[in-house]
Every structure is written in structure tokens, then in C-alpha cells.
Design a binder for this molecule. Structure first.
Ligand code: GN1
Ligand code: MG
Length: 356
């Protein structure tokens, strides 16, 4: 990996590469040189991202577009080219390596330390949505086709149950039943898209709190990270993925389910930040379906985690044998609470005043 890092046009000479971040798919290192300048080196998972050239073209287009609106280098990811001038290294279509400038003075959190931090991250993703609104979505490659197609995620779950590759199906009957009972909901948002009631937007599609960087000094939004899944999508799913991850009182993989709750204060704070930044751009139906995006993303992730557990953990990185099952269970707890509070949450969203 050292040799690969050295192919990139870094300032100074490389001292070491240290594992970095908490992504489940790609591998990330912090590259330290004998200069103050730091870099992020990533090996992109090409099993997951099967069109590496298309993916890197997306990143090029999206970062250039964002840079036009805000040229501050700390506000947009900046690729570091290879010494031979290429933007990334692809060997044998199998290994994709790229490097970014490390953004100094930023903070990425797995939990919001305060509701204010979470509000700021809502603002950041709302701004992202606004800034990409005039980008021609058809220019973007779908880096993972059908990524937020929840009905298809159910098909994969049904296949996993049928094949039962590891003999685990009998161990997860309650979780399986819970999810299958909700299958009819899976098409709710996509049906509104097909009927023209919801517009297609350029969306980020992985809006977890740790994919936004806040300025550690001012706690204001600095930069949106992880642009691998920027594709055409729905505003509600971007909103919703943030809520399912960040408005929980516990980690996504918490084993003590007593600790897992939907936090209404965090939910409201994010909603205010998001709507303040992009509410004026949303249609009435988009706004009304934001809470459905949160339910959908929680349901979809539960389905995906359970599928991966049944398949023998072939997709998400795991640190323990039941890791994907633990993740499934936290999502189920959150989903139950979202369902219970559904009317209240819709009312809360309706009451928020929109910025312009
Ligand atoms: C994956 O690698 P990471 O943590 O950024 C996944 C998301 C899931 C998330 C669950 C490309 O994101 O869709 O919601 O794990 N990314 C991909 O934590 O599948
Ligand atoms: Mg990601």
C-alpha cells in the first residue's frame, strides 16, 4: 500500500499510512508525510462499485460543480492526482485507488454531541441538495444501480432466506417476520416517483452523520464526504438516512437494545437545519414525505443487514459474528418507534418554518 501511496503527487515524503475512519465498504488510510500536509488514501471496493471509471467521473463532476459555488478548499473534497497526472489508479479494473487532500480542523462524529451539531449537519446536507439542484442528473452514472430500491432489497432478502447459506434463517425468525410484515410499505416512495408526485433529484445517498465534517472550532458545516453514491434519487431518502443514523440515542450496532431510541429532539433539530437550508426548494409532497424517507431508510437498512447476515456477511465489514444481526435489531427498534410516533413526526415537520 505504501508503494501505491507514493505514486500520488504528495508534498514531501511519505512517513506512514494509518487506518482511518469507520466506513463499512471502502478501506481508508491517513497518509502522513514529513510535511504538515496530510492526505487520505482510499482503496475503493470494486465488488460494490462495479464501474470505477464512472464512479470517479461522478466525483470529478460533482466536486467541480460544488467548487464553482464555493471555492474554499476546505469546503469541497479535492482529489490529489498521481505523479503522472491521472486522477486515480485503476489496476486491471480490479483495484481502484485514489487520494484526497486531508481537510484540517474538521470533525466527523458518529454521534451528535449536541442537537446543535446535528442541526448543522442537516444544514450541510440541505445545502448540498440545493447546490446540486442545477446539475444535470443524467450526466451522473448510477454507481450502484437500484441502490435505494427497497422492493429489490426485499427480493434479495427473500433469496437469502430461501438459500439460507449459513443455516442462520431459523435463528432470526422474529426479525424476518417483522420485516416481511412491512414489505408492502417498501414501494411507497418509488410509487410516488413513478406517478410523478415526487421529483428525481441529485442526492448523496449515504447521509450518515459521519459523512459530514463540521469545523471543530465554529461547529459550522465544513464539507460533505463520501461522494461515491451521489446519484439521482429522492430528497426524502437523503433526509431519512441521516435521521435513522443520527437521531438514534445509540450506535447503529449497539448490542444493548434498551439503549436504542429515536430521539425527538435530535429529529427536530436535523429537520430544522435541513429545511432551513433547502425547504424552499422542496415540493409540498417532498416535504410531507420526509418522515417516510426516515422510515424507509431504516427499513431498508434492516433488510440489507439481515440479508447480509443470512448470506454469511459478504457485504458489510463485520468485527464480530453477530454484527449484522445486531445492526438489524437496532434498526427494528428505531422503526417501531418511528411507526408509533408517525403522526406526531409528520405534525412536527409541518410546523417547521422554511428558510428561503
Ligand atoms: C455503508 O461504508 P459506509 O459506512 O459509508 C453503505 C450504506 C449503509 C451503511 C450502513 C455503498 O456505508 O448504504 O447505509 O453502510 N454503503 C454502501 O452503515 O453500501
Ligand atoms: Mg459511505
Amino acid at each position: 500500500m505504501r508503494e501505491t501511496a507514493e505514486l500520488f503527487a504528495m508534498e514531501g515524503s511519505l512517513l506512514k499510512c494509518v487506518p482511518f475512519g469507520s466506513g463499512h465498504i471502502n478501506e481508508t488510510w491517513l497518509a502522513v508525510t514529513n510535511q504538515p500536509h496530510l492526505y487520505i488514501l482510499q482503496k475503493v471496493n470494486t465488488e460494490t462499485f462495479r464501474d470505477p471509471e464512472g464512479l470517479m467521473r461522478n466525483i470529478h463532476l460533482v466536486t467541480e460543480h460544488l467548487r464553482k459555488k464555493d471555492p474554499d478548499p476546505r469546503h469541497v473534497l479535492t482529489l490529489v492526482p498521481l505523479k503522472d497526472g491521472r486522477e486515480y489508479m485503476l489496476s486491471g479494473r480490479k483495484e481502484l485507488w485514489r487520494m484526497y487532500e486531508y481537510i484540517t480542523g474538521g470533525l466527523c462524529m458518529d454521534h451528535a454531541e449536541t442537537p446543535e451539531d446535528f442541526r448543522r449537519s442537516g444544514e450541510a446536507f440541505g445545502d448540498f441538495q440545493c447546490r446540486m439542484a442545477d446539475f444535470p442528473a443524467e450526466q451522473l452514472t448510477e454507481t450502484i444501480p437500484y441502490f435505494h430500491d427497497t422492493p429489490r432489497r426485499y427480493e434479495a432478502l427473500r433469496t437469502a432466506i430461501r438459500e439460507d447459506a449459513c443455516g442462520r434463517a431459523k435463528l432470526v425468525q422474529p426479525e424476518t417476520d417483522f420485516l416481511l410484515e412491512r414489505e408492502s410499505y417498501a414501494d411507497y416512495l418509488l410509487a410516488l416517483l413513478r406517478s410523478g408526485d415526487l421529483p428525481l433529484r441529485v442526492t448523496h445517498n449515504d447521509t450518515k452523520l459521519n459523512n459530514v465534517m463540521l469545523d471543530e472550532r465554529t461547529r459550522r458545516p465544513l464539507c460533505i464526504l463520501d461522494l461515491d453514491t451521489v446519484m439521482p434519487g429522492l430528497a426524502a431518502t437523503d433526509f431519512g438516512d441521516s435521521i435513522r443514523f443520527g437521531a438514534s440515542t445509540a450506535d447503529e450496532d449497539e448490542q444493548d437494545l434498551e439503549k436504542v431510541h429515536l430521539d425527538p429532539v435530535l429529529y427536530r433539530a436535523y429537520s430544522e437545519g435541513f429545511l432551513n437550508a433547502c425547504g424552499a426548494q422542496l415540493t409540498a409532497t417532498e416535504r410531507e414525505t420526509l418522515p417516510d424517507g426516515a422510515r424507509m431508510m431504516t427499513l431498508e437498512n434492516a433488510v440489507r443487514f439481515l440479508t447480509d447476515y443470512l448470506n454469511g456477511d459478504t457485504y458489510f465489514h463485520i468485527d464480530r459474528p453477530e454484527h449484522n444481526l445486531d445492526r438489524t435489531r437496532t434498526q427494528i427498534v428505531l422503526l417501531r418507534e418511528m411507526e408509533k410516533e408517525d403522526a406526531k413526526i409528520h405534525r412536527m415537520i409541518r410546523e417547521i418554518k422554511t428558510g428561503s
